[in-house]
Structures are given as structure tokens and as C-alpha cells.
Ligand binder design. Structure first.
Ligand SMILES: [Zn+2]
Length: 604
């Protein structure tokens, strides 16, 4: 043990120094950043009191706001899902990035120049280096695929792309390429740039697991395919989708995607968002299509605000990502069954997040790409203008699926619509949707309302709150001990705490109070390490509508004292009967004496 003491200490010191630099910078960023402004870019916040703003929580689904931001404390807390923290926690969670990245992100937003040292630990520095390397590999691979497309071997791919109406300048805009029918060429191109492990992590290669579980030799994942690079929001390439040039079992799936990698998570990316985001912001709506080719065609037809899910249905994180740019979407999926199902799922997610959704169905059962090739750009843009409100689209679809000729079909159509109706966050819009559906299906609207009411009641029952409820006195003590150590309320609470520590034993918050009381100069949230405790503290700190002064503290201390004696009284009563049962007279006498003094204290 002692033999390890010296090197261990040295290492700790090293880390502490680096950490100090980062936390020092983070502190200064935090002081300059306005949490309300930064969260306000993601959540529509409304002023709710002198110190608070509220809005719909971005971390859980809700229809009435339980997400709260505190101005002076610069923290947020959700009374629904109990997410909480400071501006960095918020950015980390919503952008899905690490702490140092969040510090940099906020600093950039506030125009604060970054210090040279950015990483808080060796591990994070390593992660940063890996990501940078993977970005470099993707850039090189993309350039190489583009080169291959221009080579003699790329003839078939060029033919395919021109057959889809793409001109050389379009191919350049989207950086389309060709992955040749070769297992090793890409690896040979990249092996001087990165080691085998990094190449493996890039997802550009496949390998077979060997008998001992280790990865076998790497070979190209994409072969004989047209490559579509997938970029992140800032336009850096992070993955590929590759379309087979041949059909049949040997060629594999029609579309092959990069696997999940440290750079790429399918559900967090929207194809073409890097090119479309400016237009989406300006026009305040997005056009959502399914496939990359649909997206490219629409973009080239002049629809600059088009993005693709590059899969089937929308995911929740994609909805949130899009929500940072607009809350209005025109959904234009394939009219086939899979497309219609994907459209329904996407509509469900979007309406739940309070998006205004319209739906386009192109005539002749065409997907956007074919429609544009057959009818031209102007016709497509005109078709987008005919987009229906999602309510009307869904009612029409219910009527198609279950032609309401019989009572049974009407009920099936209603069952198809009810979940969609329930998801609409606004009550007025929900009622309107229900009335409209009832009328079009020929159902009594009272029946629809009754069905909705029952579903709502079931939902309320399933929501139970798992956080302990704090007493008013505990909340006051938390608030007082969380204030600055030079404050009169802090000093009153600290004195009361020190003098009567026993009174606090047995409270849910006793150790939190102790941590706050004995903290160094750091901020109160930082003094409480446990996430559940922090959540409790944040909950208490949000409630600052009620003022706090020395009289309140005195009253809170008095209440806690009384509660303590009541607890003690119950304990003693139980202990006395236990001792009596054992026939332990000495203990009975001792305990009874204590109980008498407790009873007296309570009467006072
Ligand atoms: Zn929440």
C-alpha cells in the first residue's frame, strides 16, 4: 500500500491540475453564460415568477410544462422526470456530448475564446483524438470513392446516376462516389493514416471474428456500390449509405449503412441537414422524405429545406434535432404500405412533440424521386403546396383502411385514430380532431369523447411519482444552506444545524444538509455528489417564490425539532414494549425515563 503511495499521489496531482484548468475555465464560462437564453434555444420558455421560467421538458414527453429554469441559481429542474443541472448538464444531455465539449459549446455560443488546454483527462483527450482520426478517415474515404466513380471501373455507377437524372455537378454537390468491387483497395489507401484498431472502429470495414474472439483481417464493407456520404450538422462526413448496383442475393441488401461508430449513431442524424438547415430556419418548415435519392432529387428541384430519415420511421432524437430548427414539417413518404406505416409513426412522434405536421401523397403512387423525374420540379413544388393537415390525412387513411360501411368497420377506424387524437398536445386541437373524425366516420361524437376520456384516466393512473416529497421545513433548510455562506439565512441555518444535529438524523435530506453546511466555497450543486440527492436539492431550490428570512429558519428548526421528538417518541414506545416482552426491567426503566423527557419536550 505505502509503496504505491508516491506514484499514485503524483498522478492524482497531475489530474487535479488539469481538472483545475478546465473547471476554472468552465466556471468563468458559466458566469458569463445566461442559462435562460441558452435553454431558450431549445425550449420555449415562459416567465413563471420573479426567479423562474417554465416550459415543456425536452427530456420527457409532456403536455403541460413541468420544466423549470432558475435565473439567479442558473439551474434547471424538471418536476416530471427529475432531470436537472446547470447549463453544461443541459447541453451535454440535449446535444449528447461530453462535459468538455459542452463547455466549449457554451463558450462558443457566448463568444468566449477557448484556452489551449481543453481536455480534462487523458481519457477524454484520447477520445477526442480518436474522433478526429475517424473524421479524417471518412474524409479520405469519401474523396477516394469520388475518385473511383470517375475511374474506368466506375462506368456502371456513373450510368446508374445519370439514369437517375443526376448531372456531374449534382454528383459533386452531394459527393457521391463508387466503392469498387475490391476487398482491399480502400484499406491499402488508408493504412498509412491509421492503425488497424482505428480502421476497425471507423465502420468502413468488415471482419470475421476469429476462433479466439479477436477480429480477423479487415476488408471493405462497401463493394460494387454507389456511395452516399452522411454528414453531421456541420457538414463533416461521419458515415456512408451505399446502394448496390446489382440485384440478387449475392449483391446483398439494396442499401447498406455504416454501423454505429464513435462518430455515428443512426438515430441522431438527419440526411442533408447540413445543407438544408439554413433554409429550414429561414422558411420555418422542413420537408421530410424517406430515402437519400428522394432527398437529393427534391433538393436539386429547388426544395432546399428537404431532409431524409434515411430509414423508415423517424426517431425521437431526430425529432428533437429537427425541433431546434423548426416546428413545422411536411411529410412526404412513399405511398406503399411500409411508407404509410413509417409516415404514421413519424406523424405520431412529431405531433407528440408539438410539431405542426402536414402530409403529401403524390399522385400515381410515386415516390418523390420518380415524381420529380416524371413530372418535373415545378409539379413537385405544386404538389407540396397541396399538403393536407395531418388530421385530415389520418382520417382519410382510416376511411381507406376500414371503409366505414358497417358498424364494425367504423369502430376499427376509430380505434386506428384514437391514439393519434390522444397525442395532440393542445386540448382544443384534440377536441376539434375528435369531432372531425366522428363526423367523417359517421360516429356519434359523444362516443369519441368518452373513449378519449377513459384513455386519459388510464394514463394518469400509470404515472406515479417516485421522488420522495420533502417537508416545507426541510426545503427551507436546503434553500438556506444552499445560499452563500456570508448570507444571514445561511448563518442562522448553519448555527441551528450545528446545535441540533440529532434533530436531522433520520431525514431523507440529513446528509445533503450536512454536505451543504460543510462545503468549501464551491457552488451548492457541486457540493452534492449523488445524482438523486442533487435532484432533491434542485427541486427545493426551484421553489423560491416563498421568501426566506431568519424567522422562517427559526420556525423550520422548531418544526424539525418537533418532528424529531415525534419520531423518537414512536421509537421509544416500540422499544419499551420490546423490552417488556423480554422481561428486561432495567431497559424498561431507562427507556421510560427518556420517553418522559421526550414527552415533556414535545409539550413545551
Ligand atoms: Zn422532464
Amino acid at each position: 500500500m505505502s509503496g504505491h503511495a508516491v506514484p499514485y499521489k503524483r498522478e492524482t496531482k497531475f489530474h487535479t491540475n488539469v481538472l483545475y484548468l478546465v473547471s476554472d475555465f468552465a466556471q468563468s464560462v458559466k458566469q458569463q453564460a445566461d442559462i435562460v437564453k441558452i435553454i431558450g434555444e431549445y425550449v420555449r420558455l415562459r416567465k413563471a415568477g420573479a426567479q423562474n421560467y417554465t416550459g415543456l421538458c425536452p427530456f420527457h414527453k409532456e403536455k403541460t410544462p413541468s420544466f423549470s429554469v432558475h435565473i439567479t441559481r442558473q439551474i434547471f429542474y424538471c418536476f416530471g422526470c427529475h432531470e436537472h443541472g446547470d447549463v453544461f448538464t443541459f447541453i451535454q444531455k440535449i446535444e449528447n456530448i461530453s462535459f468538455p465539449e459542452a463547455v466549449r459549446f457554451v463558450a462558443q455560443k457566448c463568444g468566449i475564446p477557448l484556452p489551449k488546454r481543453e481536455f480534462s483527462s487523458e481519457e477524454e483527450a484520447k477520445e477526442g483524438r480518436l474522433r478526429a482520426k475517424l473524421l479524417e478517415l471518412h474524409e479520405l474515404a469519401c474523396a477516394w470513392f469520388e475518385e473511383q466513380l470517375r475511374s474506368p471501373e466506375g462506368a456502371l455507377a456513373r450510368e446508374y446516376l445519370s439514369g437517375r437524372g443526376l448531372r456531374p455537378e449534382d454528383i459533386k454537390t452531394f459527393r457521391l462516389g463508387y466503392a469498387p468491387d475490391n476487398f482491399h483497395a480502400l484499406r491499402e489507401r488508408l493504412q498509412s493514416v491509421a492503425d488497424t484498431e482505428t480502421l476497425r472502429l471507423s465502420g468502413l470495414f468488415s471482419f470475421k471474428e476469429q476462433e479466439d474472439g479477436s477480429p480477423g483481417p479487415l476488408y471493405s464493407r462497401f463493394r460494387k456500390r454507389v456511395t452516399f456520404p452522411i454528414a453531421n450538422e456541420s457538414g463533416r462526413i461521419i458515415a456512408f449509405t451505399a446502394r448496390a448496383l446489382e440485384a440478387g442475393e449475392k449483391a446483398g441488401p439494396k442499401y447498406l449503412n455504416s454501423p454505429e461508430t464513435p462518430l455515428y449513431s443512426k438515430s441522431n442524424v438527419l440526411f442533408n441537414l447540413d445543407k438544408a438547415r439554413q433554409a429550414i430556419r429561414e422558411l420555418n418548415f422542413a420537408v421530410l422524405v424517406e430515402g437519400q435519392m428522394d432527398c437529393i432529387s427534391a433538393y436539386l428541384a429547388g426544395v432546399r429545406n428537404v431532409i431524409a430519415t434515411s430509414g423508415t420511421a423517424f426517431t425521437e432524437s431526430q425529432v428533437r434535432l429537427l425541433g431546434r430548427y423548426t416546428k413545422q414539417v411536411i411529410v412526404n413518404f412513399d405511398p406503399d404500405t411500409a411508407g404509410a406505416n413509417a409516415a404514421e409513426k413519424s406523424i405520431a412522434l412529431l405531433t407528440e412533440e408539438d410539431f405542426n405536421v402536414r402530409v403529401v401523397t403524390l399522385e400515381g403512387g410515386l415516390d418523390p424521386d420518380r415524381y420529380i423525374r416524371e413530372h418535373g420540379a415545378q409539379a413537385y413544388i405544386a404538389a407540396l403546396r397541396t399538403a393536407k393537415r395531418h388530421q385530415d390525412y389520418l382520417v382519410e387513411r382510416a376511411r381507406q383502411l376500414f371503409p366505414p360501411n358497417t358498424a364494425n368497420a367504423k369502430i376499427e377506424a376509430l380505434n386506428f385514430l384514437l391514439p393519434h387524437i390522444r397525442r395532440v398536445p393542445s386540448r382544443i386541437a384534440r377536441d376539434e380532431f375528435a369531432a372531425d373524425a366522428a363526423q367523417k366516420l359517421g360516429i356519434d361524437s359523444a362516443l369519441v369523447r368518452e373513449e378519449l376520456k377513459q384513455a386519459a384516466a388510464k394514463r394518469r393512473d400509470s404515472l406515479s411519482n417516485t421522488m420522495p416529497q420533502l417537508s416545507e421545513a426541510e426545503r427551507m433548510m436546503l434553500r438556506a444552506l444552499a445560499s452563500s455562506q456570508t448570507d444571514a439565512v445561511f448563518q442562522a441555518a448553519a448555527a441551528g444545524f450545528d446545535a441540533n444535529e440529532a434533530h436531522f438524523s433520520g431525514l431523507t435530506t440529513s446528509h445533503i444538509l450536512a454536505q451543504l453546511r460543510h462545503r468549501d466555497s464551491q457552488s451548492p450543486m457541486d457540493a452534492v455528489p449523488d445524482p438523486r440527492d442533487r435532484s432533491l436539492l434542485a427541486q427545493a431550490l426551484m421553489d423560491e417564490l416563498t421568501p426566506l428570512d431568519k424567522e422562517h429558519i427559526a420556525a423550520a428548526l422548531e418544526t424539525l425539532r418537533r418532528l424529531y421528538f415525534e419520531r423518537r417518541q414512536r421509537e421509544l414506545r416500540a422499544a419499551i414494549s420490546e423490552a417488556e416482552r423480554r422481561g428486561d426491567t432495567t431497559s424498561v426503566l431507562q427507556l421510560t425515563a427518556e420517553k418522559i423527557s421526550v414527552d415533556r419536550a414535545l409539550r413545551e
